[in-house]
Design a protein. Structure first.
Length: 217
């Protein structure tokens, strides 16, 4: 099919599965949710996003996509610093904090295996960033409920616009390069696997730490 039709189909398919990620326990059931704890998890997400985009830059042949990944490296690194600054304001000492002390996530390890630009963009910018937008919306709601307007503003006014740009860029790249049936199938599989791993990670975080409103990246 034409690439623009394919991207619309993929977006519709993603949205069906993303609706499951929107399901969450009520905030009232989780009065103990700690904004600082969630922001530390966010630091790991931002670090992984920074490293992944940087890893893809050198092996991406298309100049426009290479530059897109380069832009994302800077954006995600900036998010890390902004979140760390917010934690400092909240009294957290991050001098000995290692966001990757527990190792990389299964989703990061999977994304790193992807070799083709269409697969990478379908899984990373198009799908993973769509997940991030949903998770960030949930986190913003939590911050407001707990009276943390400053953290909510950081996500709503700075981080979310960047993630929206990344996701839109992913859509544009797929429309430009996902021209063949083979590439479209690869993109579908990569997006599907990303959603499956994201769902597994969400369930794991809820079981182990009781957290469901973790920010995206």
């Amino acid at each position: 099919m034409e690439s623009n039709e394919f991207v619309k189909e993929l977006e519709d398919s993603n949205n069906t599965l993303l609706s499951q990620l929107k399901q969450q326990p009520s905030l009232e059931e989780h009065e103990s949710l700690n904004i600082r704890q969630l922001l530390k998890i966010a630091l790991k997400n931002e670090m992984e996003a920074t490293e992944l985009a940087a890893y893809w830059v050198h092996s991406t042949p298309e100049v426009d996509v290479k530059l897109g990944f380069s832009r994302q490296v800077g954006d995600e690194a900036r998010h890390y610093h902004l979140i760390a600054d917010r934690l400092h304001e909240m009294g957290e000492d991050l001098s000995a904090f290692d966001p990757l002390a527990a190792g990389y996530s299964p989703l990061f390890n999977y994304l790193k295996t992807l070799d083709h630009t269409v697969e990478r963009v379908a899984a990373g910018q198009f799908t993973r960033e769509a997940i991030a937008l949903i998770k960030n919306e949930q986190f913003i709601e939590l911050c407001r409920q707990q009276g943390d307007a400053k953290t909510a503003h950081l996500y709503e006014e700075i981080i979310q616009p960047d993630e929206t740009y990344h996701q839109r860029l992913g859509k544009e790249v797929l429309e430009k390069y996902a021209k063949t049936e083979e590439l479209q199938n690869q993109a579908r599989q990569a997006a599907q696997k990303t959603l499956e791993l994201a769902e597994e990670l969400q369930q794991m975080a809820f079981r182990k730490m009781g957290v469901h409103h973790t920010p995206g990246c």
